[in-house]
Write a protein that binds this ligand. Structure first.
Ligand code: NI
Length: 203
């Protein structure tokens, strides 16, 4: 009996060891792609940018509050203004208690035109809490990469602005430690209600 138990234990150890080998870092990375949102999400990360007051900031400056991060640009004719309006309306609808825990952030994809001064004129039109962030081409490229945001400069000869950006329109909600919680699509139906409901539930 004892021998049999020992055999089972040895077998278990062997299987356990084999499983550990299978779970080597490279393999784990491949597996995580097909798993639900358990563990460390792949969205977000450190950034160093310049805010709309001209101050250099990093993601760590917003620790302790939830970041609601949207990528866009001030010359955007329609998608960004409506997205930012939805975020602002959701903050208002969630109420002061919830809104106080949140920093709504616009990170520009257009480092050439969106200076801190330009952002300072733009973001308060949507909500007094809004923070506008810009930076060098490299700084913005790094932030885009961290958040896996698509943005592409496209010539627009018909417009006086000469160029525009194709970009994804997603708002990322990051927790007070800067980790990804969830994301919203501001252009989707009833987005204000859905975002506000989620923000109200934040501990
Ligand atoms: Ni836009």
């Amino acid at each position: 009996m004892n021998v049999r138990l020992l055999a089972v234990a040895v077998l278990a150890a062997v299987i356990g060891g084999a499983a550990a080998i299978v779970m080597l870092p490279g393999t784990r990375e491949k597996l995580s792609g097909s798993l639900p949102t358990t563990g460390q999400a792949l969205v977000g990360g450190p950034f160093t940018l310049v805010d709309h007051t001209g101050k250099t900031v990093t993601d760590k400056d917003y620790r302790g509050r939830y970041m609601l991060v949207y990528f866009g640009f001030t010359y955007c004719p329609d998608v960004c203004p409506s997205g930012l309006q939805v975020i602002a309306a959701a903050l208002d609808q969630a109420g002061t208690k919830a809104a106080e825990k949140i920093v709504p952030i616009l990170i520009t994809v257009d480092y050439e035109r969106d200076t801190p001064e330009q952002l300072a004129q733009y973001v308060p039109m949507f909500h007094p809490q809004f923070v506008g962030l810009t930076g060098s081409q490299e700084q913005i490229a790094a932030a885009l990469k961290a958040y896996r945001v698509y943005a592409k400069k496209v010539a627009d000869p018909k417009s006086a602005a000469e160029y525009t950006y194709d970009h994804s329109s997603i708002a990322y909600l990051m927790d007070p430690q800067g980790r990804y919680l969830t994301h919203f699509t501001p252009s989707s139906e009833k987005a204000v209600d859905r975002i506000a409901e989620r923000l109200k539930q934040l501990p």
